[in-house]
Design a protein around this ligand. Sequence first.
Ligand SMILES: NC(=O)c1ccc[n+]([C@@H]2O[C@H](COP(=O)([O-])OP(=O)(O)OC[C@H]3O[C@@H](n4cnc5c(N)ncnc54)[C@H](OP(=O)(O)O)[C@@H]3O)[C@@H](O)[C@H]2O)c1
Length: 300
Amino acid sequence: MAQQRRILLTGSGGQLGCQLQINCPDEFELLARSHSELDITDADSCRKTLQKVRPDWVINAAAYTDVERAETEPEQAMRINAQGARNLAQAALAIGARLLHISTDFVFDGRLRRPYRPADTPNPMSSYGRSKLAGELVIREAFGADALILRTSWLYGPTGRNFLTTIMCLLREQPVLRIVADQIGTPTSVLSLSGAIYAAIKADVRGIYHWSDAGETSWYDFACAIQHEAMQIGLLIQPRIIEPISTADFPSKAHRPEWSVLDKSSFTAVTSFDPRPWQQELPLVMEKLNLIQPVANFTR
Ligand SMILES: NC(=O)c1ccc[n+]([C@@H]2O[C@H](COP(=O)([O-])OP(=O)(O)OC[C@H]3O[C@@H](n4cnc5c(N)ncnc54)[C@H](OP(=O)(O)O)[C@@H]3O)[C@@H](O)[C@H]2O)c1
């Protein structure tokens, strides 16, 4: 049997990190490090961990992901998303390991109105987006043509804090939900993204790529689809009222792209890994939701 290739995973306690552990193919040996086990802002820890583990690949799923809070603590977002990425890159280069780094549609301004290609010019509109773009730049600077950056969008999964789990809580607690209807993008399941990540490593790809599920929608329509599916599988007994609102009606410090659909064709060309419609992925994630009680009628 061929020797397993070894992967070191950072940020293993996050929603993507958890799924990467569940989905890891047999041909890889995955060593997972949570935030408390490896803080990527600590250059010395990164260097020592990689020297000890000697992985063939590092997957960086660690990040500062609180888009709102990043507006009030941009230095902290930059420290984790850019300096942390630099620490990992330098530690990986020192032992000859490859690094797969995850980035975001928020590096774009959302004004293009056709699916963003990897070579399109970024123009982040938020502190979070700027810190993620800075992370991309340090990875490209360190690895040159060997850099591997996968941008994704609207990530959600059965665990952690994300749009799906937030909506499920709101459906439980509130009779009326007001959801933004004028921001368009593509929800992406951590199940499919983790598959794409392993496909990229297997194909040994290099460069910047985009991955999301297929199709496009608004947050409002996504919330309606979540409610519909929750009714179908018995997690919700009575539907709530979901009202569409505009971005202007939703108080927010961070500016988010209005339209940030990603063009995945170059990724599919090098990996043969095809995205499926987000509507098909949603039920697969929702059947894994760990809710003890169905969402009962709103009584308060
Ligand atoms: N969520 C989205 O909608 C979205 C969209 C596009 C792209 N992305 C990108 O996808 C990737 C995965 O995101 P996610 O949604 O899985 O995020 P997540 O659930 O917030 O997980 C991020 C993980 O990183 C850890 N972390 C934070 N600071 C760290 C540090 N200094 N050292 C080590 N670990 C640290 C966090 O630990 P603590 O919880 O202990 O801080 C958490 O476990 C990120 O690169 C993100 O930018 C996300």
